[in-house]
Design a protein around this ligand. Structure first.
Ligand SMILES: Nc1ncnc2c1ncn2[C@@H]1O[C@H](COP(=O)(O)OP(=O)(O)OP(=O)(O)O)[C@@H](O)[C@H]1O
Ligand SMILES: [Mg+2]
Length: 362
């Protein structure tokens, strides 16, 4: 497609979606729900950004506030340098300037929201009709978009004749019709089976890479974040409690998101063992610290679990290791690990002490 420019690395730092102290309070006669409680979010150009959190955390409210489908109670939303909250004005009807800005934001829905009485092609053309694009141009664009999402042969089919994954591809093609710079997706894959989910995620990733499309997606599945996201945020009770690139999260000691994305697991294999969580970041990630530890102190180090990723030639990640002996016996080796620049956290010993189980069944 011609209208996108492939992302250049130096564009990655430009925020394309920014929310500042975003609040949304739903008020009814007898109660008040604070769905967003001061959300600051910065999604950079060309990245896939995942928002995760439990049901009711405020994820859908956030995404609906980003395109002003929902009007924030306070705070600002900027998309591609435009302050949408300022464009929204005070009346309930969206002014023309806001409608124009929204054309640059595509949205994909969990339940596809296709019109059953229209063909696939006519569904994709719908936003272009609303924009007043000529029939000829619409037809050319929708054909191009359907080819892009792998449905070139389904233009004349009706939604009822498609599988769930195909319907979502139509939803994605329709979302791209207005040549958006950003694509918002609220649980786009949660109605799909795992294999179809994978193919739709691959499509989103391809669109992101090929077209430089910025994607903000909401999901409750960590696997989705793992498969496609460059960055992620965790929401709880209307707030963003953690956020960053996957590498930054991995390098953050105690990060709940990193823990859920890359569970280390691994409990002590018996009593009189010390379990230590290490976070590798910066310089420490380039040295063979574990083998040095084993050699220098002549200890048998067991690796219980590890999640390491390579970014810019550096290894970043977390590792859970086990040392023989109690904590008091390991003060010196632990001191060595700290000296190497690693973040070292001692995992709490399993309580209450379980009866000793042999590590290897005989
Ligand atoms: N239109 C509304 N009126 C009143 N309260 C609402 C409205 N929409 C959402 N809420 C409330 O705001 C809170 C956040 O809802 P939201 O839909 O954003 O959560 P979510 O993180 O998307 O959850 P889920 O994972 O279940 O989709 C919830 O307490 C919800 O009940
Ligand atoms: Mg939701």
């Amino acid at each position: 497609m011609r209208w996108y420019v492939r992302r250049a690395p130096d564009q990655m730092d430009t925020p394309v979606i920014t929310t500042t102290d975003l609040r949304k309070v739903y008020r009814s006669r007898d109660r008040e729900v604070t769905a967003l409680d001061g959300v600051d979010l910065a999604v950079r150009e060309g990245e896939v950004y995942g928002v995760v959190g439990r049901s009711g955390a405020g994820k859908s409210t956030l995404i609906r506030c980003v395109n002003l489908l929902e009007r924030p109670t306070s705070g600002t939303v900027e998309v591609a340098g435009r302050d949408l909250t300022a464009l929204a004005g005070r009346s309930d009807r969206a002014p023309a300037a806001l409608r124009a800005a929204r054309a640059g934001i595509g949205m994909v829905f969990q339940h596809f929201n296709l019109l059953s009485s229209r063909t696939v092609q006519d569904n994709v053309e719908l936003p272009l009709e609303i924009q007043g694009v000529t029939r000829r141009e619409r037809a050319a664009r929708s054909r191009e978009l359907l080819d892009l999402v792998g449905l070139g042969d389904k233009a004349r089919a009706y939604p009822a004749q498609l599988s769930g994954g195909q319907k979502q591809r139509v939803g994605i093609a329709r979302a791209l019709a207005g040549r958006p710079q950003v694509l918002l997706s609220d649980e786009a894959t949660s109605a799909l089976d795992p294999e179809t989910t994978r193919s739709v995620l691959e499509l989103l990733r391809d669109l992101n890479r090929q077209l430089g499309l910025t994607v903000l997606l909401i999901t409750h599945e960590m696997d989705v974040v793992k498969a496609v996201c460059d960055s992620a945020a965790l929401m709880k009770g209307g707030r963003v409690v953690e956020s960053g690139t996957v590498a930054e999260l991995l390098a953050t000691p105690g990060s709940e998101l990193a823990g859920e994305l890359f569970p280390l697991g691994g409990a002590a294999s018996g009593p009189d063992r010390t379990v230590v969580d290490l976070t590798f970041h910066g310089e420490s990630a380039t040295r063979p610290v574990i083998s040095q530890l084993a050699r220098t102190y002549n200890v048998d180090v067991s690796i219980l679990g590890a999640a390491m990723e390579t970014y810019d030639g550096r290894q970043i990640g977390r590792m859970r290791i086990e040392l023989p002996g109690r904590f008091e016996d390991n003060v010196v080796p632990i001191g060595f690990l700290r000296e190497q620049g690693l973040q070292v956290d001692i995992a709490p010993s399993a309580e209450p002490a379980a009866p000793a189980v042999p590590a290897v069944a005989k």
